[in-house]
Design a protein around this ligand. Structure first.
Ligand SMILES: [Zn+2]
Length: 76
């Protein structure tokens, strides 16, 4: 995977740690339905700071999931 421009940069928050590319699995809830998404971002190795990287593919998948839930709710 191509490294982002943040990879290896000093953490802007604690100024001690270094940012690393990583992907974390996150579970989001929407109207009682669970959705597991992969959040790509830069994670500091010292503090809990994370800089999220916008991912158009994930964004589209999340919007489609919400549309499906909305249709189920509307259709009963
Ligand atoms: Zn930090």
């Amino acid at each position: 995977m191509k490294k982002s421009k943040w990879h290896g940069k000093p953490c802007p928050v604690c100024e001690e740690g270094v940012l690393h590319d990583d992907i974390k699995l996150m579970t989001q809830g929407y109207k009682g339905h669970e959705y597991k998404s992969r959040m790509r971002g830069e994670f500091c190795d010292k503090c809990a700071e994370a800089v999220m990287v916008h991912d158009a593919v994930e964004e589209t998948a999340w919007l489609e999931f919400r549309n499906q839930v909305d249709q189920q709710v509307a259709g009963g």
